[in-house]
Design a protein around this ligand. Structure first.
Ligand SMILES: Nc1ncnc2c1ncn2[C@@H]1O[C@H](COP(=O)(O)OP(=O)(O)O)[C@@H](O)[C@H]1O
Ligand SMILES: [Mg+2]
Length: 237
């Protein structure tokens, strides 16, 4: 036992014959935020999908010290939850109904309790609970995607570019919310192109480039390395 909530070793993944992850290793402690940063096309989404079980992968994924269950459904039941890059909300359903869908494995009374907690955390969603999801702003949509994920009471939240497409002020709001979530005990694997913002709220960071880990370490250390920030992530710093 290593005491890590998640431990990836030698993860390889391919689309057809093209391998795009070439042996990624990563570990995260329970209760921490770990960010995976890297340019567009580096393999970040593929890595999250491999952890969720949506993408077949070779290598070892230990969750709580034991091999993660095989199917996506079993991973959800074990407390993993992915918020995909495209959010995948139901535009013609209300905010509240979208949130309810996140709790499909839980009882009505558990859902009701979590719903009230979520509305306290996201007052903007509470005000808009009857509004159709398709009419929300970009930031509100991302809040809704997070709320729906939290409805399942995950232990490990996998977030794929929560700041994508949002105005910079909203990016800060969303990442502040992500940072607050850690206090509820959920562990967060945060994928971001927006490296500087992600490293600010993370405990550990991994820089991936072309499907390989190039650098890893305490987030503050990576953020303080000007060569790294410029050479790999110049336009996003
Ligand atoms: N469905 C797919 N079929 C073929 N290649 C893909 C597919 N999805 C992603 N790729 C390729 O895999 C690599 C990694 O992509 P991705 O994981 O989406 O990167 P990131 O999320 O870091 O932008 C890229 O070269 C991308 O073109
Ligand atoms: Mg991606």
């Amino acid at each position: 036992m290593t005491g890590n909530l998640l431990e990836l070793s030698g993860i390889h993944a391919s689309y057809g014959r093209a391998e795009v992850l070439h042996g990624i290793s990563l570990s995260m402690k329970a209760g921490s935020i770990v960010t995976v940063i890297g340019a567009n096309g580096a393999g970040k989404t593929t890595l999250l999908n491999a952890v969720m079980g949506i993408m077949p992968a070779r290598g070892t994924i230990l969750y709580d010290g034991v091999p993660v269950p095989h199917s996506v459904e079993a991973r959800v039941a074990a407390g993993l939850c992915l918020v995909p890059e495209k959010r995948e909300l139901f535009a013609s359903m209300s905010v509240e109904d979208n949130i309810e869908l996140g709790g499909f494995l839980r009882s009505a009374s558990e859902r009701a309790e979590t719903r009230e907690e979520l509305y306290a955390r996201f007052p903007r969603l509470a005000e808009r609970r009857r509004q159709l999801a398709g009419t929300l702003s970009g930031g509100e949509r991302q809040m809704l995607a997070l709320a729906r994920a939290l409805m399942s009471r995950p232990r490990l939240l996998l977030l794929d570019e929560p700041s994508l497409g949002l105005a910079s002020k909203i990016v800060t709001d969303i990442l502040d919310i992500v940072s607050e979530l850690r206090k509820t005990g959920v562990s967060i694997l945060l994928v971001e192109q927006n490296a500087r913002a992600a490293l600010e709220i993370a405990d550990e960071g991994y820089l991936i480039e072309l499907g390989e880990v190039r650098r890893s370490g305490p987030a503050a250390e990576l953020a303080a390395d000007p060569a790294l920030m410029e050479s790999y992530l110049g336009t996003h710093s």
